[in-house]
Ligand binder design. Structure first.
Ligand SMILES: Cc1ncc(COP(=O)(O)O)c(C=O)c1O
Length: 490
């Protein structure tokens, strides 16, 4: 570990060095480690969801220093399109001064107070506003600091709710294969990605997984019937019923579903899917949780994506773009029905987070949502969604592009070895393609997005909601060039 007194010096040197670096210059490996920031990162920073071996080998990590609108810049001065809004977060775009000012104003007035038996105006106002946006009787807001905590909150609340109803056995949950719901041990149990769970087993018991709405991979999910959207959507929803029956309805507390599933590469629901899921949940007294950590706040063109797909859940979990990332916050929005037993006597939900509903984050969220309304960001998505889709679909003429799917400003491009047979890549090939080539090539070509192989290999796109046709074209051109390069490699 570095001596305490060394750190300020190193930080100062880093600032000087960053200034000296030429605009746009790509550094060699040896040069990379001459950058004091890279050296400090190598020596001390633990990256999230990443292999540290890249850092250890000294190849360096992309360091992003600035953002403006839908662009970001790295420490060498190179400019990129932010094709992923950071991480599905910066929906209103980078460099919004009024969001920084809202944070500063709130910090000067009241930097911190918890929601543990006390309250503060910005959390109260934000709760009121979220309840207004939410459908049906989802009127109660429990704040956290991020998405995983919002999911964890919903899981615990579902269990306590059923205990208060005299049904203490209703503790199990159902979610979908390949879906990601966060890293706390409850949220991770709900997650349907065995590869990121195995190291932490045993997790919270009682989470079961069913097929997702990926019609492109219907056969791999065990569906061999009529390939109409309607028939597949009905089957996928009925798989939830099958699981409820198998486990016993009196043991199932809740179903956790994203409106459009992210992991695996954007699986939108079939038109009839959520209608049937809602029917099933009502029939068996199971709570429906709409995990909108990605899909809320305009990604699908509505404040809450359940409104876009016309269903009313019992709880919504959200976070990320509530502040467009200018400060962290998460929320679980709860129906009157679930809240009801907590209204009485000595009953309490013994759960909370020191920073949940942080005054600065809540104030930033209010300002961010003002921007949404003043600039009609949701309307921009709705007006341009079809154009985004058709622009990306042009890529289907590239042999490696198997499927282009998504909704709103949220797309996945699945890559295949063979378009006709949909043959996918084996692990070694996916490793070479995604980590060895695509991630670097896209970044090198000026597009920050995500190449993901948690399911079949996909490129994920979720740009800021401010963009339109010229930027769709730019993104398509970069993808085209890089994917054609990948085709030649195979
Ligand atoms: C659907 C969904 N739920 C939960 C989470 C976890 O959110 P966080 O990383 O803020 O804890 C994510 C993160 O991407 C997510 O996509």
């Amino acid at each position: 570990m570095a001596l305490m007194s060394k750190k300020p010096k190193a930080a100062k040197a880093a600032k000087t060095a960053a200034k000296k670096t030429d605009e746009g210059k790509i550094l060699s490996q040896r040069e990379v480690m001459k950058d004091p920031l890279q050296k400090m990162a190598k020596d001390h920073l633990w990256m999230h969801f990443a292999r540290q071996s890249g850092m250890e080998s000294g190849q360096g990590v992309p360091i992003i220093t600035k953002g403006d609108g839908h662009h970001i810049w790295d420490s060498s001065g190179k400019k990129y399109i932010d094709g992923l809004s950071g991480l599905f977060v910066v929906n209103a775009g980078h460099g919004r001064k009024r969001l920084a000012q809202a944070a500063a104003k709130q910090a000067e007035e009241l930097a911190f107070f918890p929601l543990w038996s006390y309250a503060h105006p910005s959390a109260i106002e934000l709760a009121d506003r979220l309840a207004d946006y939410a459908p049906g009787d989802l009127n109660r807001v429990f704040f956290s600091t991020g998405g995983g905590e919002a999911v964890e909150t919903a899981f615990k609340l579902a269990k306590q709710y059923w205990k208060l109803q005299g049904m203490p056995m209703k503790t199990k949950v159902i979610a979908r294969n390949i879906a990601y719901h966060g890293t706390p041990q409850g949220a991770l149990a709900i997650t349907g990605l065995p590869g990121i769970k195995a190291a932490f087993e045993p997790l919270v018991p009682g989470a079961f997984h069913v097929p997702n709405t990926n019609i492109y991979r219907a056969a791999e999910q065990g569906y061999h019937g009529d390939m109409s959207e309607e028939a597949f959507g009905l089957w996928a929803a009925n798989e939830i019923e099958r699981m409820i029956q198998m486990e016993g309805p009196d043991t199932i507390a809740a179903v956790f579903l994203e409106p459009v599933q992210n992991a695996g590469g954007c699986f939108p629901p079939q038109a009839n899917y959520f209608k049937r899921v809602r029917e099933i949940c009502d029939k068996y007294d199971v709570l429906l949780v709409s995990d909108e950590v990605i899909c809320a706040f305009g990604r699908i063109g509505e404040m809450f994506a359940c409104n876009a797909f016309d269903y009313v859940p019992d709880m919504i979990t959200c976070a990320k773009a509530m502040t467009s990332g200018y400060s962290p916050i998460g929320a679980t929005i709860i129906s009157d029905r679930i809240y009801e037993p907590f209204k009485h006597g000595t009953t309490a939900f013994y759960h909370g987070y020191t920073f949940g509903g942080h005054p600065v984050s809540a104030a930033v969220a209010m300002e961010n949502l003002d921007i949404y309304e003043e600039e009609d960001l949701n309307g921009n998505v709705r007006r341009n969604a079809a154009a985004f889709k058709s622009t990306l679909e042009k890529l289907k003429d590239i042999p490696i592009v198997g499927d282009v799917r998504g909704a709103g400003y949220f797309y996945g491009i699945e890559l295949v070895k063979d378009q006709a047979t949909k043959e996918t890549f084996n692990d070694a090939e996916a490793e070479r393609l995604l980590r060895g080539y695509l991630s670097k090539a896209l970044y090198g070509a000026g597009l920050y997005c995500r190449a993901d192989d948690r399911g079949d290999p996909v490129i994920q796109l979720a740009p800021p909601l401010t963009i339109g046709q010229p930027q769709f074209d730019e993104i398509e051109q970069i993808l085209r060039e890089v994917l054609l390069g990948a085709t030649k490699l195979l």
